[in-house]
Each structure stands twice: as structure tokens, then as C-alpha cells.
Write a protein that binds this ligand. Structure first.
Ligand code: MN
Length: 202
């Protein structure tokens, strides 16, 4: 059975940046629904019993893939957020400076990608060998499916921002990137130490 992970902060921690109501819907209803539907689909098919979340992401198609992809993406997304303003340090900061020019330029690139992505999906900062890369995924598609290693993921589905920002995805993405990213967690993922926390065993 997959479970809805607890949020690593209080739902009041972000104030107006991400409201309690957004957490109640986004985590408490949307994410929970992906978990419940995945468990139901797995329970209906004996061949799927005991498979881990990652095994299902790599093998499932259609409806089940959508649920397990969304479980992984959301589990990882919550860990990317922090109510305390942080900035990248150490090796990550050096890589950002050498490959994008500056932290501000990386944020610009992420904003452009996340705002320009058509329809629902996810925008991620990935590590490919020693190269940082910005890439988007449609709908429930998931970095794990492609063997990609995400450092950071941004939810660009309307349900992530409609309560607080209505149709203004750009304002939501800008606010999150400027004030709510856990850059310590992003740095942890350079050697995949954080992504493992989203790989539920089931
Ligand atoms: Mn979402």
C-alpha cells in the first residue's frame, strides 16, 4: 500500500505564498486521490502486488501510470519547498554559476520554462553527469520514467496555484522560486540523497 506522506512543514508556514487552503486541496485531496486510486488499481491486479513505486512507474501504462507518476512527483515536490528563504551553497552554487552565469539567471530560465509549458505538467532542474539541465514533463509524466535525476521539481498544474493566484501561473512560479525553494534539499539531490525519500517501497 502506498501512503500519503506527511508534509515536512505546517500548512500555515508559507502564509499567503501558499495558503492553508491550497495545501488542504493540493496535498489533502489531489495527492491523496492519486495514492487512493493507485492502491485500488494495484489491489485489483495480483500481478502488481508488492511492486515498488519506482517499479510501477517504469512498467505501468495509462491510468495506473498517471497515479504512480503523480505520487512520485508530488512526494518529491513537497520536499523541494521550504518556508525559510534559502539560497544554493557549496558545489551546487558553483555549478549554477559556471553553467547558467548566476543564480538569478537559473531562476529566469526555470520561470520561463515553467510559465511557457503548455497545459499541465512539471518543470524540473536535472543533473545529467556534471551538467545541470532544465526540462519539462507533460501531465503525470515523471523524471523517474526517463532515468532522469531531478534536483528540483515545480508543479505547473492549475491545481497548484488556482486557489491563491487564479490563472496567474507566472506569479505563482516567481513567488515559489524566489521565496520557497529548499536549496539545501536541491543540493542533497546532487548525489540522489533526497530523491530516495520519494521512492516509496509500497
Ligand atoms: Mn499537483
Amino acid at each position: 500500500m502506498f501512503t500519503l506522506p506527511l508534509l515536512p512543514y505546517s500548512t500555515t508556514a508559507f502564509g499567503d505564498l501558499i495558503s492553508v487552503e491550497t495545501f488542504e486541496y493540493h496535498h489533502g485531496k489531489h495527492h491523496k486521490s492519486y495514492v487512493d486510486k493507485a492502491n485500488k488499481l494495484v489491489a485489483e491486479d495480483e500481478a502488481l502486488a508488492g511492486k515498488s513505486l519506482v517499479e510501477l512507474i517504469l512498467s505501468a501504462k495509462g491510468g495506473l501510470f498517471n497515479q504512480v507518476g503523480q505520487i512520485w512527483n508530488h512526494s518529491f515536490y513537497w520536499l523541494c519547498l521550504s518556508p525559510e528563504a534559502k539560497t544554493p551553497g557549496g558545489k551546487l552554487a558553483e555549478m549554477i554559476a559556471s553553467q547558467f552565469g548566476s543564480h538569478a539567471k537559473l531562476l529566469e530560465k526555470l520561470k520561463e520554462e515553467a510559465t511557457g509549458h503548455f497545459g499541465s505538467g512539471w518543470t524540473a532542474l536535472l543533473i545529467d553527469g556534471e551538467r545541470l539541465q532544465v526540462k519539462s514533463y507533460h501531465d503525470a509524466d515523471c523524471p523517474v520514467k526517463h532515468g532522469d535525476t531531478p534536483l528540483l521539481i515545480l508543479d505547473v498544474w492549475e491545481h497548484a496555484y488556482y486557489v491563491d493566484y487564479r490563472n496567474n501561473r507566472a506569479a505563482h512560479i516567481e513567488a515559489i522560486l524566489d521565496k520557497a525553494i529548499d536549496w539545501d534539499f536541491v543540493a542533497l539531490n546532487l548525489d540522489r540523497k533526497g530523491t530516495e525519500r520519494a521512492d516509496q517501497k509500497g
